[in-house]
Write a protein that binds this ligand. Structure first.
Ligand code: ZN
Ligand code: ZN
Length: 208
């Protein structure tokens, strides 16, 4: 698996393009700057096998419909975040004033503990609510790679004061992540990558 990061939008969201077999790719969190994501896919000669959403926040999904227009593919998200992701509840003025457009796609509901294969890449879903009620981490176990969304950052964690956030629930989710192998590389929704071991040593929120 090859992982490329495209930093998109006002909030510098990490959109990940994970390339598997036959020039098929997974696109994770195409938050904004759809034209940049589309141009990248075209340049690299890639097709999209699926879109994976770590959570429903507007800064992570507002570019989705426009990328999907160019590269139709199933869209996967936790059902709890599907419930509000494309509604007026999901705005953040002055940056995001209208609800994200819902793509005309096949809907895939991500289920905790289930495995999925797209683009020849197999991953499992770890429910990690707290930042949002339907937040998930995407675990590529054979690649020792974890996409953490806004659940876990290098040296920090996602805010719990936004729509649906809950700090106690987030603490329980972080406990789950501490059980993963230390050498697991994490790719957060904002900022640099790290490892589970590094975060267990230095991240205040991973001490509990
Ligand atoms: Zn978020
Ligand atoms: Zn975010």
């Amino acid at each position: 698996m090859k992982i490329e990061t495209i930093v998109v939008g006002e909030f510098a969201v990490n959109c990940f393009v994970c390339t598997g077999t036959d020039s098929q790719a997974l696109v994770i969190d195409p938050g904004e700057d759809a034209h940049v994501v589309v141009a990248h896919l075209k340049e690299q000669g890639l097709n999209v096998a699926a879109y994976l959403m770590t959570h429903g926040h507007c800064d992570h999904i507002s570019g989705l419909a426009a990328v999907h227009d160019a590269f139709p593919a199933p869209v996967a998200m936790h059902p709890t975040d599907w419930d509000w992701a494309f509604t007026q509840a999901n705005t953040l003025p002055p940056f995001f004033c209208t609800a994200p457009r819902r793509p005309d796609s096949e809907r895939v509901d991500l289920v905790d503990g289930s495995s999925y294969t797209y683009a020849g890449l197999t991953f499992s879903i770890i429910d990690t609510p707290g930042h949002t009620p339907g937040g998930v981490c995407i675990y590529f176990e054979t690649e020792a790679t974890l996409i953490t969304g806004d659940t876990l950052f290098a040296d920090s964690v996602g805010r719990t004061d936004l729509h649906g956030g809950d700090s106690r629930v987030l603490a329980a989710s972080l406990k789950k992540l501490k059980t993963l192998p230390d050498q697991t590389t994490i790719f957060p929704g904002h900022g640099p990558s790290s490892t589970i071991g590094q975060e267990k040593r230095t991240n205040y929120f991973m001490q509990g």
